[in-house]
Ligand binder design. Sequence first.
Ligand code: ADP
Length: 152
Amino acid sequence: MKRIAFFPGSFDPISRGHEDIVLRALPLFDEIVVALGVNSSKSYMFSIDQRLEWIKNTFADYPQIKVVSYEGLTVKASEKHEANFILRGLRNSNDYEYEKSIALMNQEMAPNIETLYLNTAPKWAAISSTSIRDIIKNQGNTAPFLASGVQL
Ligand code: ADP
């Protein structure tokens, strides 16, 4: 059985923390699907195409990493891409509590898909896409926080 992990997120924009989680998870899986979740009732700073382009640039050197977008339930999209794992990153205990409740519901809906978490490397633990967007709005330097494929 191929080990395929689905890594869902908004990636608005993709950060070093996201990049680090995917690259550290790579040896564990045959394929990782980095999946941009689109929620039509949410507003984003960057367009879907822009976010996808930055994710693709970031992982261009890795044929085992696929980049897609999806709408609707994460478990349905994971099944569509034949993923048997959902991968998430944990920065702190708040992330853990939030992720746990989602994972428990996902497990009810799709018992064949296991959610796996990796702890964030301490260096990137303070980064969130929300604070990156705030820095951008205030014309600050986001270079240390953005994934390698992001060109602002
Ligand atoms: P969502 O809208 O699902 O919160 P994000 O794009 O913010 O999407 O995050 C996607 C995944 O990446 C989540 O598992 C989140 O916990 C994780 N993540 C976010 N920021 C970091 C970071 N700095 N380091 C590691 N993982 C992170």
